[in-house]
Design a protein. Structure first.
Length: 146
């Protein structure tokens, strides 16, 4: 009887891990085709955030991500400048940070609040995936491209 129970638990465990792995990798692939640029956001913050794309001297509202959730979204070609340099501004909806990250500031200081994160400018191409990880203190957030 214990052998059957152990075997059943093993099968359920393997099936669960296989389904979880397939689901997590499919998440980004569904959001973008091979010739698109995708943004993958992991919001570890306790507040909802609005993410803006800064391109060609324009700030465009792009996506809203719920607190402690993840989201993936393809970035439209119109938001990718010819130089390939793109930047993100993250604004917390509610709550406050004690500091603000000002990497590569090109905005008027009056526009930024202590609830904003301004990413460094990054060079991107179609087919890239941008990973933006937002921490509880937005100043500790990170961005990567692959």
């Amino acid at each position: 009887m214990d052998v059957r129970r152990s075997a059943l638990c093993g099968i359920v465990t393997v099936a669960t891990v296989a389904c979880a792995t397939a689901h997590s990798s499919k998440h980004v692939e569904d959001a973008t085709a091979a010739d698109d640029l995708a943004l993958q956001v992991d919001n570890h913050n306790w507040s909802d955030v609005v993410i803006y794309v800064l391109h060609d001297g324009v700030r465009s509202r792009f996506i809203q991500v719920t607190a402690t959730r993840s989201a993936a979204q393809a970035i439209p070609a119109a938001m990718i400048p010819s130089t390939g340099l793109i930047q993100f501004r993250v604004h917390r909806i509610g709550g406050h940070d004690d500091t603000v990250s000002l990497f590569g500031v090109n905005l008027d200081a009056n526009e930024l609040t202590r609830d904003d994160y301004l990413s460094p400018r990054i060079s991107v191409r179609t087919g890239n995936i941008i990973s933006l990880t937002l921490e509880s203190n937005l100043a500790r957030s990170t961005i990567g491209v692959w």
